[in-house]
Design a protein around this ligand. Sequence first.
Ligand code: ATP
Length: 534
Amino acid sequence: MTARPEAVNGAPAIELRGISKAFGPVQANKNIDLIVPRGTIHGIIGENGAGKSTLMSILYGFYRPDAGEILIGGGPITIHDSQTAIRAGIGMVFQHFKLVQNFTVLENVILGAEDGRLLRPSLARARGELKRLASEYELQVDPDAMIEDLSVGHQQRVEILKALYRQADILILDEPTGVLTPAEADHLFRILRGLRDEGKTIILITHKLREIMEITDNVSVMRRGEMVASVKTSETSPSQLAELMVGRKVLLRVEKAPATPGAPVLEVRGLRMVDAAGVERLRGIDLDIRAGEVLGIAGVAGNGQSQLLEILGGYPEKGARLEGEIRLKGAALPLTGSDARARREAGVGHVPEDRQVEGLIMDFSAWENVAFGYHDAPEFQNGWLMNQAAIRADASAKIERFDVRPPNPELAAKNFSGGNQQKIVVAREVERNPDLLLIGQPTRGVDIGAIEFIHKRIIALRDAGKAVLLVSVELDEILALSDRIAVMFDGRIMGERLPDQATTADLGCLMAGVEPGTPPEQAIPPAMGPAGVA
Ligand SMILES: Nc1ncnc2c1ncn2[C@@H]1O[C@H](COP(=O)(O)OP(=O)(O)OP(=O)(O)O)[C@@H](O)[C@H]1O
């Protein structure tokens, strides 16, 4: 490790002094100072677009700062690229993993490492080292498994193993629990504590204040490009952190009156779906949603929720075979063929789970994305022509109401932070007041101020007599918003509960495919989820 700076005794693991970075007119980081003591877990929080990812990308060598200084172990260092960062002992686990899908675990771990040539002796040595790391850190994973066959939780283990294999002393994790089940998140936290206790330094970016309180030693708060506070976790509280982040008091719970459901809006009977590869993804779904209620679908990702949303939204996977019946306000909807537009015209709004692939056209501007799919509405027509000025004005107003930052309707979707991209999609769908809103992972990667806002809008839609189908892997979100909860496992609905009667343990059993109260010897889940999620 030639370029690793000499550690100065007792010096912090990381020190940033006066770091600034602009993207055109956007000052993403302004004169940032940060000290992270060695052997601690340090949380970084801030609203969407506050500049957290930019700061970490500077530390990992993806961006060069416009100004400022970085010290690692007390020694100044210029981080030209990620190879320099790796040599300085810095490892990073991204939100969207950087693994090669059709390579094995072992190949991914050694790829890019200094002895990463795929020669037999080095491979054998690497295999031994990987085995040692996996057992020492409870990161068990089959070295010969293909990445594409692993659940997201296991892919994340590979990312961590990759950093440890390169002897990282500092590990940066960007929203690591966004894709994990509660049990996987607990396991990850155990590992992080273990790493900290042996002297490694961990930076954790998260929007979840519960995680900050549970696992970090110190926490730094960013707001609009600046570092506004660094505090000891034991000396702060979730409400104080929320206020520091947003600059105002934030309600950390959803306030809603009991639902008064009306006539059925959506009726689904015997919905089955077999995908192009012949795998049965939905095995006979029956559900009803009435006007004025939120039905929450809980479940571990990969158990058919995505397919259900896509089919209801009018774009089933290519080559899928479908069976069953869907009725919207009493009228049968066609099952086959792609008819997202017909669904929209019939009063269905859809916020897809994957905003970047299905929700947005990343190279198009924010206003085009807000108008997308609705631009041919009568109010936007001017005789035979499209009234572009009206479309733009309407989109700009929605961008402003949803507090999309920066509030620049001309900026391409790809240049917004993840949470702000999500606000663009939610603004488009919710502001049309659909009779049925299908909404998948509405607040993934979204900051608490925006979560509060999106939750309020969902409840307002319900209170206006609309029906909402909410799919979320966040149990807290399901419990807070739903009037009824259905749990999906392996393409089926395992059970339905009322939120005030459901316990996390009870829902957890159903999510694992086990009827609550089943004697332990019989409580073996019938099958893995379709995507192989354990
Ligand atoms: N490559 C880029 N080009 C232009 N603007 C950018 C680029 N990367 C980031 N920005 C802008 O810099 C600001 C900070 O973004 P950053 O991604 O660091 O925020 P964040 O705090 O990580 O947000 P989130 O919590 O939503 O991930 C935002 O206004 C963003 O739009």
